[in-house]
Design a protein around this ligand. Structure first.
Ligand SMILES: Nc1nc2c(ncn2[C@@H]2O[C@H](COP(=O)(O)OP(=O)(O)O)[C@@H](O)[C@H]2O)c(=O)[nH]1
Ligand SMILES: [Mg+2]
Length: 209
């Protein structure tokens, strides 16, 4: 299974990949957006090899000769096309922005299931209700994508990072699932409650005209 790690620069993609690998294969620095030279990495998990695809932004030389990374839709798209499942990271302090919705949309348009991981949870001021409240806010913002699994993680503290992989497995299994004709008929066919309700509505609207 190939897992793309997506998100804007500085949300912690490389840190997340490093945390899973427990080694510093990727260079992470404290200067925003200075991760360099991403390499695909293999994570062994439950006797299986998972390919992790980090997505670096593009680098651009600024006036002060510093290398600054910026979000690149082209690179994101390349990662999406190579993957089976996408993990979209956001920064808990930045919240969910238009750009993040665009990344999620790009994944789902290409039929790649998405797990949303809210990173830097260690920096959030929180009490026992914070995660539930924030999850509700995020689902409202996600609108038509509100079905996505959402998990709060800290790549720095390695908090719940393997739970992300569990969720990846779950959404991948859902994606692989084939529904038999029988099951489909039962869900949508003439004997199903859904069908009757639809038919009922149809009759009512005809008799109204
Ligand atoms: N506090 C905190 N900082 C993090 C966490 N994950 C990443 N960072 C920091 O965020 C910055 C950007 O991380 P990086 O992995 O390079 O982000 P990328 O551009 O998405 O690959 C670095 O300074 C990291 O140390 C986290 O879970 N908690
Ligand atoms: Mg990076």
């Amino acid at each position: 299974m190939k897992i793309a790690v997506l998100g804007k620069p500085n949300v912690g993609k490389s840190s997340f990949v490093n945390a899973l690998l427990q080694e510093d294969r990727h260079i992470v620095t404290d200067v925003p957006g200075t991760t360099r030279d991403p390499i695909d990495a293999v994570l062994r998990s439950h006797g299986e090899e998972l390919l992790l695809i980090d997505t670096a932004g593009l680098r651009r030389r600024s006036r002060i000769q510093e290398s600054v990374e910026f979000y690149s839709a082209v690179r994101t798209l390349k990662s999406i096309e190579r993957c089976d499942v996408a993990v979209v990271l956001i920064d808990v302090q930045a919240g969910l922005e238009h750009q993040d919705l665009r990344i999620i949309e790009m994944c789902l348009e290409r039929k790649r299931p998405v797990v949303m991981a809210v990173n830097k949870w260690d920096l959030a001021e929180k009490d026992s209700g914070t995660a539930a409240q924030l999850e509700k806010v995020l689902r409202d913002r996600l609108r038509k994508f509100d079905f996505l699994p959402i998990i709060f993680i800290s790549a720095r503290e390695r908090q719940r990072i393997y739970k992300v992989i569990d969720l990846v497995r779950t959404v991948d299994a859902e994606q692989q699932r084939r529904i038999s004709t029988n099951e489909l008929n039962e869900a949508l066919g003439p004997t199903s409650p859904l069908f009757r309700r639809a038919a009922g509505r149809g009759r009512r609207s005809r008799s109204n005209t």
